[in-house]
Design a protein around this ligand. Structure first.
Ligand SMILES: [Zn+2]
Length: 419
């Protein structure tokens, strides 16, 4: 069973339970060409044939089919490639095909739709109160937001290939269920069934995935064209979550819970964690730990009713003014972050580590000491260190990742888009 192929080296070897009838083989080869164009960029038919191992005649026929469906376009001169031999290039098109991602947060919903090239076609947000409101009310709001964005796509003549919802918690992706999301108080909510029922017949298919995993998918889409295939995304909020792309694939694990890195037992102080256990990494580097380290408990930056961005801005200003408490606090967080990331780097060997959430706000104040701690622990000086960077996608990462995930249907089988 093929899960999402988010990019990377082509898998041309026939699989035991792979397609065998001509129609299935054709669908699978169309997907192969389309993914190759996405991952490698525009190139000539001849080069596409050489690189995919398909014959020139087959490649030409497949390209013709993709062009007819509006998923590829040809005509412009090939910009890269062999010197002195410019030819007609085939490139990804798909301007009229969109994927929709919707993120459920504690206090807002965020929707992003992207076209096949990854460009944003529509965006919207809605305030909600998921912490105290019942799941039905949140689901109604998700349905209403999805409906609004779907009509916007319709007015722009963009066909929606699918909807992927990002939820903060443990997700059973195959059954479309949110198993446990402590921050919004959900347990066993059948999100896919509930949302599909609200959208009615004829609506695009719905999936659900963990928000940090989808954040990783969005970050991966940003860097995969530069050849990165292994990426670790770490997001710091009240909770600390992770998303792992390994060999170009989203790692889910046997129960779908891979990436619950906030609960690695790393805290020697054994502080209690929201998950019910003690000593989780989250209690050392989560937002609560950060605020505890950088300001006394009666400081206004602890006030949860104040906007988080504003509070973080205030703390960054104090840090840059040399406020000792904040400088020391950031150093404590950076050291604890470095310990956990060192373990994850040893286990996963990522090429790129992207920090999201409040970590991204602190930027180089955290990234430099974390990179230093990775360098200090390097066993073999010949080995390249992973690149550590701050997410540039901000609050839209998970919704955008959902939009990419929704489009995987088209990359797996381009014939879902009608001629
Ligand atoms: Zn925990």
């Amino acid at each position: 069973v093929v899960i999402e192929n988010l990019g990377g080296p082509l898998r041309t070897a026939p699989h035991a339970d792979g397609p065998s009838d001509p129609a299935s083989i054709r669908r699978s080869n169309l997907g192969l060409i389309l993914r190759h164009l996405r991952d490698q960029g525009p190139r000539s038919r001849a080069r596409l044939a050489a690189e995919t191992g398909l014959s020139k005649a087959t490649t030409s026929a497949l390209v013709g089919d993709l062009v007819e469906r509006g998923l590829a376009v040809e005509g412009s001169l090939e910009r890269e490639g062999l010197v002195g031999r410019p030819g007609m290039a085939v490139e990804l098109h798909g301007r009229s095909v969109g994927g929709l991602g919707i993120e459920i947060n504690v206090d807002y919903l965020s929707a992003t739709a992207v076209d096949l090239r990854g460009d944003v076609v529509a965006e919207a947000t809605r305030p909600i109160d998921a912490a105290t409101g019942p799941a039905e009310v949140v689901l109604d709001a998700v349905g209403e937001l999805a409906g609004a964005v779907l009509s916007e796509l319709g007015s722009k003549s963009v066909w929606p290939a699918g909807i992927a919802v990002a939820a903060p918690g443990m997700i059973d992706h195959p059954s479309g269920t949110v198993r446990y999301a402590p921050n919004i108080g959900w347990r066993d909510v059948h999100l896919v069934d509930e949302l599909s029922a609200r959208l009615g017949p004829g609506a695009p298919s719905v999936t659900v995935e963990n928000d940090a995993k989808l954040g990783a998918v969005a970050e991966y889409a940003e860097v995969s064209r530069s050849g990165v295939r292994d990426l670790l995304y770490i997001t710091g909020d009240v909770g600390v979550g992770g998303g792992i792309i390994s060999g170009g694939r989203l790692l889910r694990g046997s129960n779908g819970f891979a990436g619950e890195i906030g609960h690695m037992p790393l805290d020697p102080g054994m502080r209690p964690c929201a998950c019910g256990r003690r000593g989780c990494w989250e209690t050392m580097v989560g937002l609560a730990a950060f605020l505890r380290e950088v300001a006394p408990i009666d400081d206004p930056v602890h006030d949860p009713s104040r906007d988080l961005e504003e509070r973080l801005g205030e703390l960054i200003a104090r840090h840059d003014d040399g406020d000792e408490r904040v400088v020391d606090g950031v150093a404590v967080i950076a050291a604890a972050l470095g310990t956990g990331i060192s373990i994850l780097v040893d286990v996963l060997n990522p090429r790129h580590v992207v920090l999201g959430g409040y970590f991204a706000y602190l930027g180089d104040r955290l990234i430099e000491p974390v990179s230093d701690s990775l360098r200090e622990r390097l066993i073999d000086p010949e080995v390249e260190l992973p690149i550590v960077s701050a997410s540039s996608l901000g609050l839209t990462a998970a919704a955008r990742g959902g939009a990419h995930l929704a489009l995987e249907r088209v990359f797996a089988d381009p014939t879902v888009v009608e001629v």
